[in-house]
Write a protein that binds this ligand. Sequence first.
Ligand SMILES: [Zn+2]
Length: 662
Amino acid sequence: MSPGKPKFYLTTPIYYTNGLPHIGHTYSTIVCDTIRRYKRMRGYDVVMTTGTDEHGVNVERSAKKASVPESEFVAKMAAEWKALWDELGVQGDEFIRTTDLKHAHTVQWLFKQCRDNGFVYPGHYTGQYCIFDNAYVDVKPGENCPDCGRPTETVTEANFYFKLSAFQRPLLDWYAKHPDFIQPESRRNEVLSFVEGGLRDLSITRTSVRWGIPVPGEEPHVFYVWFDALTAYLSAVGGPQYEKRGFWPADVHLVGKEIIRFHAVYWPAFLMAAGLPLPKQIWAHGWLLMDSAKMSKSLGNVVRPRPIVHVLGMDALRYYLLRETVFGQDGNFSYDALVTRYNSDLANGLGNLASRVLTMIEQHLRGIAPGKPSAAEDARDERIIDLRRETILQTCQHYDRFEFSRALEAIWRLMAEVDKYLVETKPWVQVKAPGSYGQFVTTIYTAYQALREAVILAHPILPSATQKIWKQMGQTEELSTLDIHLDWPPMANAHIGKIEAVFPRIEKAEAIERMESMEKEEQKQPSQVTAPTPASAPTTGGAAAAAAPAAAEKIGLEDFAKVEMRVGQIKTAERIVGADKLLKLTVDIGTEIRQICAGIAQYYEPEKLIGRRVAVVVNLAPRKLRGVESNGMIIAAAVGPEGRPVLAGFPDEDVEIGARLK
Ligand SMILES: [Zn+2]
């Protein structure tokens, strides 16, 4: 911490550890890292917090599935998240885990403040509970669980309520007084209308959950979801002693649009209730869509960052995410566009300009970048000099407003102009023509200075590649330690280093194929939670590794849900010539009549099967058995040493044909 520097505090969401990071989490984090790097280069003392939300029923369940204690499960997940951020060049200052002791103390302290100030009261929470999933589900009494389809029960448990209803007016006043509090505008309007519609008190503890921070003196109450997770922003920078460190209130909480309400309504209300300062801004970005659909596990279109980093490098991913999407709006992700951007903007753009300028210095100036020439500049030189100044101004303005794609456009416009300038001035002719050596030096000097500025300005987004080019330009200092300002002194007499392509061109089809096949490999791993890659999970314990094979034999509910079983009624049954084990059946499954072959001919008389109700797997791909098409499968138990088939049926109930088995 440096005294005298202005402070800046920003946060990513505190990610839920039940899964591993995908490209959406990556986007939030890269944006924060970019802001952090930029602010540092503008002279700020910056703290960026990221972290993991490690409590709750889902973690309890996943740990159980992996046969490890919760603490071990979350430690491993936190290590995975950290490792990925390292690979992406993210320099978080604080990594808060909601299982950290200092976080527990902060949550308990915040609760006490709210309670002492009269905003917490005991009550009962009543909701629909799914016993199978061990969780409350958001349905009406009598409705089934949206996750597993089983009946839910109405359950009432003791808990504590937060008096959110008391904050409708104070929040609306706050939004009115701080018009920039919620960004962008569309999200602000959404939050305003939500709050204007009235606020209901919020249940903030549970007695049905075990894996959580205890409410002091009120065990078995533990804090529930948002009161726990949101407080991590404060515990990361000192908790109750936040004033000592001086980073609270936060300047920006960066979040995805789906969690704006919790950040812009609940969180400021908790802080108001405790008498604490409110964050200055909540910025909600959009989603990354895959072919215009939200990425989700069940759709199977989740993109993971690692394959991209392995094939194109982390800078390519960072560049693509910030260049292609207007910050605040939804963006589209496609491998095709990613590789196109890589080749056009990075390989042919920045990479090509750097090697062009540096190669001329190597060939014609003995590898020494020229100092400011004494010869007068002509109009073409002056145009570039003006544009350099303009680009610095514009880029900083865009960065300040989180307009990352426009910042990059401005930098790339400068580089395109320098390219054009080189084509027009033809330094390779100037250097040989009699009497034009002075002009040649001016041209190279002008291009080199512009390249330098482009590299410095792009550094927050391309931290690794710009540092490599910087070194090739003959500079020794770390780019991240430079201050961006308008009047950089010209750089002179730098001995350029070894010139290497920072972004080698890549063949599109090959790159996409490699990324997609790595993506599939990652998905094939039964569960990265139980079988993390050794390189990226430094805290992996032996116990967890040993548990992996056992866990791999089990399937998740989502796998089970893929099998569609229905009640069917056998309409006809006949033997198949040349296949004495098979019967050819036609089965009514409610929506249609199917032909299905079953290996039961030795045990069931065909005529006795007519009218019988059986369990049928209806979404099995059709196949041929002894040349006869079979479109589905009849469920039977295998009994005895010979595996005698016994048909599953419904003797007790008159079940409806076509009813789904769950
Ligand atoms: Zn359920």
